[in-house]
Design a protein around this ligand. Structure first.
Ligand SMILES: [Cu+2]
Length: 570
């Protein structure tokens, strides 16, 4: 298939030798790069504003948990030969998601603009976006069969996106063939089985993941497909983080729970809508895309009624390109308990949290300081005027962007949840295990985005890593005016140095996205184990990712040939 990337790449190659747009002049390479920069030929945002809506008038949507189906209902049965270690991790739960095109009520005032009157165009999982939340437990392997029931390309109503999909459960410890690799896409009428072993990395409970999300990862079309609606949330529980604030197990942390009541997942997407209330998107801006309405769980600036007690909010920046600094409008304190979905060793008290695309933070907010009938808004303080990254300025007063509103209602029952002093130990960093150091430089070339000066090529292996080894990686943002949220699949890293300094606060955690500001660098520690195969490293500004800012690394057998593929690949 000739993708848009191939076309763009061919154009870029041609320009490198014969820069036709400058009249065939043989301009030096550095001059080309300059012409493509923000301070060069790029223009600021020119897209029209969305139709206005009244904030805080639509309730927050809380996706229900995924419901298991019987194994016997899956025909044909899953093929064990397509999966690594399937017999070792036989699924005990099975789920089905059907991806369709339909309508979603982002906000009644937008739905009313649509000729149907029922909603905005959307791509949906089992009829909803976000999809149902995967609630999983360590030790209970599971399988999700996803059917692509989208219309064929020529019949889609959605003016953006491509109806070929690949679903990444960000950042589960799953084999390559179940990872949602951008090249493992499947088209209308096809399905794909995703096997999640629900094992801790290296069988070490200190490697537990808690707050994950699933989203489309189609090569070249991730930004548009996710924007169209293809995202949802996932929660992994274990003995420590059990999801039950009344748990009698003395090991349980008894954090606010249960899911959907006091443990609530919030996914943020900024969306721009056209005059018919449909999502709109400028395909020709490779810097990134900004929406002007903040949606939370695909509702525009919703409200949630809460009791005067503690809540756990798992907050994820669903992209495509916006960074957030989220605060309560009265600047009151929140406690961060997890970074990128993984419990910290100790809660960190903050008055705001910063998230780049795909970053997650779990915060506990104690509403007992408010009275019944009060309302408190969550706002975004980060100024951003184009898709490249924030301006570095803070939004003040009435310019703060509305995100959502909490309304205090009466307490139903006593709050037995806790904010423990100690949460979960980090796995040890043993530098004696390190066998290699690698540097990944994120830069810009000819209007596209590069890693180590390369555009994405799924056939090029940028790093072959021996299974069972550890490495030190350095991520470096070579840009002076843009942010790159760097994401690596499958394993989590621990920061050794951020801009040369040891990590403090929320950075002392296991992470999977390093959001690098201009000229930032992060030196991190990794271990690679448990499965073989290919995995991506990419910028999670989805527009950068789709415009070539992606690399491929493989885990290869510790002994033997340099091959990370195998029978499980097509
Ligand atoms: Cu980027």
């Amino acid at each position: 298939m000739a993708t848009r990337r191939d076309v763009l790449k061919a154009g870029a190659m041609a320009a490198a030798s014969t820069p036709a747009i400058f009249g065939g002049l043989a301009l030096p390479r550095a001059a080309h790069a300059q012409l493509c920069r923000l301070e060069g030929i790029r223009s600021p945002l020119t897209e029209p504003d969305s139709p206005p809506v009244t904030p805080y008038t639509t309730p927050l949507y809380i996706p229900p948990p995924m419901r298991p189906v019987s194994a016997a209902s899956l025909t044909p049965a899953p093929n064990p030969n397509r999966h690594q270690r399937f017999d070792e991790f036989r699924p005990v739960k099975h789920y089905v998601q059907r991806i369709t095109e339909g309508l979603w009520n982002y906000h009644p005032q937008l739905s009313a603009l649509n000729p149907t009157g029922f909603g905005s165009l959307a791509w949906l999982w089992n009829g909803a976006s976000p999809g149902e939340t995967l609630i999983a437990r360590y030790g209970e392997p599971l399988l999700i069969r996803r059917y692509n029931d989208l219309p064929p390309t020529e019949r889609t109503q959605m003016p953006i996106g491509l109806p070929y999909i690949s679903t990444h459960l960000h950042n589960s410890h799953s084999a390559s063939e179940s990872d949602g690799n951008p090249m493992d896409f499947f088209g209308p009428g096809e399905f794909w089985d995703y096997h999640h072993p629900m094992m801790y990395a290296r069988n070490d409970p200190r490697e537990a993941l808690a707050s994950l999300w699933y989203h489309d990862h189609m090569a070249d079309f991730t930004a548009t497909n996710v924007y169209a609606g293809l995202s949802g949330m996932a929660i992994f529980y274990d003995e420590l983080d059990s999801g039950n604030e009344n748990d009698r197990n003395p090991h349980a942390l008894r954090l606010p729970g249960t899911y959907g009541k006091y443990d609530i997942y919030l996914i943020l997407h900024d969306v721009r809508f056209d005059q018919f209330g449909n999502p709109t998107y400028n395909l020709f801006d490779t810097d990134g895309h900004l929406g002007d309405h903040i949606t939370v769980n695909r509702k525009v600036t919703p409200y949630l009624e809460v009791e005067p007690r503690k809540y756990r909010f798992r907050i994820v920046d669903g992209g495509p390109s916006r960074l957030y600094e989220l605060a309560l409008a009265d600047n009151s304190e929140m406690f961060v308990i997890a970074g990128d979905g993984n419990l910290l060793e100790e809660p960190v008290g903050v008055t705001s949290i910063v998230l780049g695309p795909a970053n997650r933070q779990d915060v506990i907010i104690d509403f007992s300081r408010y009275r019944v009938g009060d309302s408190i808004n969550m706002v975004n303080l980060m100024e951003q005027t184009n898709g490249q990254g924030p301006t570095g300025r803070r939004l003040e007063g009435p310019n703060r962007m509305p995100v959502m509103q909490f309304r205090i209602k009466p307490l139903e029952r006593p709050d037995n949840s806790r904010i423990p002093d100690f949460l979960r130990a980090l796995p040890p960093i043993n530098l004696d295990e390190v066998v290699a150091e690698r540097e990944w430089i994120f830069d810009h070339d000819m209007g596209l985005w590069t890693i180590n000066h390369h555009f994405f090529d799924p056939t090029r292996v940028d790093a072959s890593i021996r299974q069972g080894t550890a490495e030190i990686w350095t991520f470096r943002n070579a840009g002076s005016s843009w942010a790159h949220p760097v994401h690596v699949h499958f394993e989590e890293f621990q920061v050794l140095e951020w801009n040369g300094r040891p990590p403090t606060g929320v950075l002392r955690s296991r992470k999977d996205v390093a959001t690098l500001g201009p000229n930032d660098s992060a030196r991190v520690f990794y271990r690679f184990d448990d499965f073989l195969g290919r995995y991506p490293i990419h910028c999670h500004n989805n527009v950068h990712e789709d415009n070539a800012m992606m690399g491929r690394w493989d885990i290869v057998p510790k002994h033997g040939g340099d091959h990370g593929g195998g029978k499980w690949h097509r």
